[in-house]
Design a protein around this ligand. Structure first.
Ligand SMILES: Cc1cc2nc3c(=O)[nH]c(=O)nc-3n(C[C@H](O)[C@H](O)[C@H](O)COP(=O)(O)O)c2cc1C
Ligand code: SF4
Ligand code: SF4
Length: 311
């Protein structure tokens, strides 16, 4: 209630004259808190996701001053200029490297921020993923101040049964707490990796013959086939960050450069997308572990993945 004092002016009016009245929400708020509110850091957080892990992590690291931006949407819009107090990125490692789309985006982007951080999600073996991101971003003239990894469900279908992966406790809440605490104090730190991990990555590259400057960049028509179980629901056309799927009069077709992210195969409503049989391909020599098991992060809706990736 607005009371009248003995000089005949209201409390509100008195505060106004003293330069302290800032509207009813600020009334009674200590000056330090008001200043703190004004200084809230603006954070931009980029993410790339196929099965929701990275979107979940990005959401968990976001506060009300964070703008969450999907990299495939930014690429679609041709947006490459960004300015904020802090800029972060969350992406899944593919063969310990960033997805090709993420690599191209960061090489092109102009980032203005006092603090840059990266969180790389993985499922089983991170090797020197931190060193790889450090090298890519340094070469591109935008080194990151903080790079860490975070273990989640491994969505690499050739080697892992998704049903088994989902049962595993990967210590996600504790890891999120650790990263939140680091970011709150703008920690400058690159998570260390061992020489053995670096050598393991080299062995992987020699075995797969992937180009280290490119990473996974396949052709979707070579690796995926659509079975008769397809009902034409069109989910695949929305979740592919490359727009590689089309509904045609003769069924669903896929074609195009492919990050091998597995958004299509994992999110298909009928498990109608399967890997082609490629016994001579080092990645698929043994097929996949369980063609009937598919994964999407339990906290992330299909709708969100479509919104993140739709082309
Ligand atoms: C093509 C591909 C390669 C992958 N390579 C690795 C890897 O080298 N090491 C690892 O631990 N996990 C690897 N993974 C697992 C993902 O990095 C991990 O599941 C990630 O959290 C998925 O994120 P998302 O759900 O946001 O798509 C790979 C997954 C895919 C699809
Ligand atoms: S998501 Fe699966 S079922 Fe739906 S249209 Fe694509 S291939 Fe067919
Ligand atoms: S075709 Fe499938 S694996 Fe390739 S980019 Fe599209 S969604 Fe990802």
């Amino acid at each position: 209630m607005d009371t009248i004092n003995n000089k005949g002016i209201s409390r509100r009016e008195a505060l106004k004259r003293m330069g302290l009245f800032m509207g009813s929400t600020a009334l009674g708020m200590p000056a330090a808190l008001t200043a703190c509110k004004k200084e809230a850091k603006k954070r931009i957080l980029f993410y790339f996701t196929a099965t929701g892990n990275c979107l979940y992590v990005a959401r968990q690291l976001a506060d009300e001053h964070t703008e969450l931006l999907s990299i495939p949407q930014l690429v679609k819009q041709g947006r490459y200029d960004f300015e904020a107090d802090e800029i972060g990125i969350v992406y899944p490692i593919y063969g310990h490297m960033p997805p090709n789309l993420v690599r191209n985006f960061i090489q092109k982007a102009h980032l203005t921020a006092a603090y840059k951080f990266a969180v790389l999600t993985f499922g089983a073996r991170k090797c020197n993923a931190v060193g790889i991101w450090d090298e890519i971003t340094r070469k591109a003239g935008k080194p990151f101040d903080y790079i860490t990894t975070m273990i989640m469900v491994d969505n690499w279908l050739p080697n892992f049964d998704m049903n088994e992966q989902m049962k595993m406790d990967k210590g996600i809440p504790a890891n999120l707490e650790r990263i939140r605490a680091d970011l709150a104090q703008q920690r400058h730190w690159l998570e260390p990796f061992t020489e053995e991990e670096r050598r393991m990555h080299e062995g992987f590259m020699a075995y797969t013959h992937l180009d280290p400057e490119v990473g996974f960049l396949m052709r979707s028509e070579k690796y995926f086939r659509i079975t008769d179980a397809c009902v034409g629901c069109a989910i695949c056309t929305d979740v592919c960050p490359r727009g590689n799927y089309k509904l045609t009069s003769t069924g669903v077709k896929t074609e195009g450069d492919c990050d091998f992210c597995f958004a299509c195969i994992q999110n298909c409503s009928q498990k109608a997308i399967q890997f082609a049989e490629l016994p001579d391909d080092p990645l698929l020599a043994r097929g996949e572990v369980n063609p009937n098991a598919r994964y999407r992060n339990e906290h992330v809706s299909l709708w969100s993945i479509k919104n993140a990736n739709r082309q």
